[in-house]
Ligand binder design. Structure first.
Ligand code: GDP
Ligand code: MN
Length: 377
């Protein structure tokens, strides 16, 4: 997922004409103070942590300042924070606007109906999850005409605005729709969309770009997201690799078998920590690479559950044995294997020669992986 930080989302909004407060980003307290002194940020101003987690307002990660010195102090305090486990590396400084009501609007996808969905609520400024369902309006949007007058009028009604403010809403929604569609977003959210005099201003921006459309948007390639360091390496090697909280490593092939393997381990009281999906590879080198990556995650035990189809059992076994020899002593772990299917006999033989037994029963083999991990960090 490509999640944009607020300031990055606002840069996108700006290109599409969404009204925004004036402001700039700072990476140190000094930078924050000079931004104010140089007039890049009018006073009074708001200083906001640039983290991906929400709830900054309540969590002390949004502060106000009336002088450059106050902006420095606020920036220093926020830059020293770790907000919901995320280090704050930058702050956004913006003019503090005299705001009236705070509204909520977003566009996302309704996956059940397979249509874009516009969500609006007159109760903005708080997380939408905490707003009563009766106060939230949802309208699906036909993607071909896009947002029409009808949807926009209903939004104005729901938000309780009319006259010049409704005309401002009209422009905001058109811009937001264009962002959603042209940037291949899976979510664009303005919370709060603030009433400022006769117009509306986006005080916050949340933009998530659809992963599958990333190839159309090289401009987002550099944007930090939720991937861990190992996940990042795996991505470059085109290995499907995910780190979770547990301590058992899982190597399987195909999304279905991988998920089922995680489920069985969980059911038996185990905690899957890393899983990788070999997919349909029949390249032993790729298997070796994947296995070495798994070793670097330091799992307590590894459960290898392979169904040989396109990926033949002997290919996997060969890659595995090759990799096992390359794992440094301190990264070794108990390995429990279950390989079935195409060229099963040959695969089992290769593993046996290397000292690994393949257990054909799913529960029994999963149990062995759970037992082996027990008592190990
Ligand atoms: P979040 O809590 O992480 O979603 O951060 P927001 O960007 O939504 O900011 C939280 C709250 O700070 C908003 O709901 C506003 O009440 C307040 N806030 C942010 N910018 C301004 C501003 O320019 N003027 C005023 N008066 N309040 C602001
Ligand atoms: Mn917000």
């Amino acid at each position: 997922m490509v999640k944009l930080a607020e300031w990055q989302g606002k840069d996108v909004f700006r290109k599409y004409g969404v009204p925004l407060p004036r402001g700039t980003v700072a990476r140190s307290a000094d930078e924050a103070a000079s931004a104010v002194r140089d007039g890049k940020v009018p006073l009074p101003c708001v200083v906001k942590a640039q983290v991906l987690a929400g709830g900054r307002g309540k969590g002390g990660a949004v502060r106000f300042a009336t002088t450059a010195e106050e902006a420095r102090t606020a920036a220093a305090a926020i830059l020293a924070m770790e907000f919901k486990g995320e280090k704050v590396r930058e702050v956004l400084l913006e003019e503090k606007l005299p705001i009236g009501r705070e509204l909520y609007v977003s566009l996302t996808l309704d996956r059940t109906r397979r249509l874009p969905l516009m969500i609006t609520s007159p109760h903005g400024g708080v997380e939408i999850e905490s707003v009563a369902d009766s106060e939230i309006d949802r309208q699906t949007v036909d993607p071909f005409p896009g947002l029409t007058g009808y949807e926009k009028r209903r939004a104005a009604q729901v938000l309780g605005i009319s006259g010049p403010q409704a005309r401002s809403l009209d422009r905001v929604l058109d811009s937001l729709w264009n962002v959603f569609q042209r940037e291949d977003a899976e979510l664009v959210e303005i919370n709060p969309l603030a009433v400022v005099g006769d117009g509306l201003v986006a005080l916050d921006a949340k933009v998530i770009i659809e992963d599958d459309a990333a190839f159309r948007h090289p401009e987002y390639a550099e944007i930090r997201d939720d991937r861990t360091e190992l996940e990042e390496i795996a991505r470059e090697k085109e290995i499907a690799f995910v780190q979770l909280d547990g301590n058992i490593g899982v190597i399987a092939n195909g999304a279905g078998l991988t998920m089922a393997t995680l489920d069985v381990l969980k059911e038996l009281g185990g905690a899957p920590g890393v899983f990788l999906d070999l997919g349909g590879t029949d390249d032993p080198k790729k298997v070796t690479e994947a296995f070495l990556l798994m070793a670097r995650a330091r799992p307590a035990s590894v459960f290898l559950n392979i169904f040989g189809g396109v990926t033949r059992c002997d290919t996997v076994a060969k890659g595995l044995v090759e990799a096992m020899g390359q794992v440094p002593e301190r990264e070794r772990f108990p390995l429990i294997a279950r390989i079935r299917g195409n060229n099963e006999k040959e695969g089992i033989e290769i593993l046996r020669a290397a000292g690994v037994t393949s257990v054909s029963d799913l529960r029994a083999s999963a149990q062995a992986a759970v037992d082996a991990a027990r008592g190990r960090p």
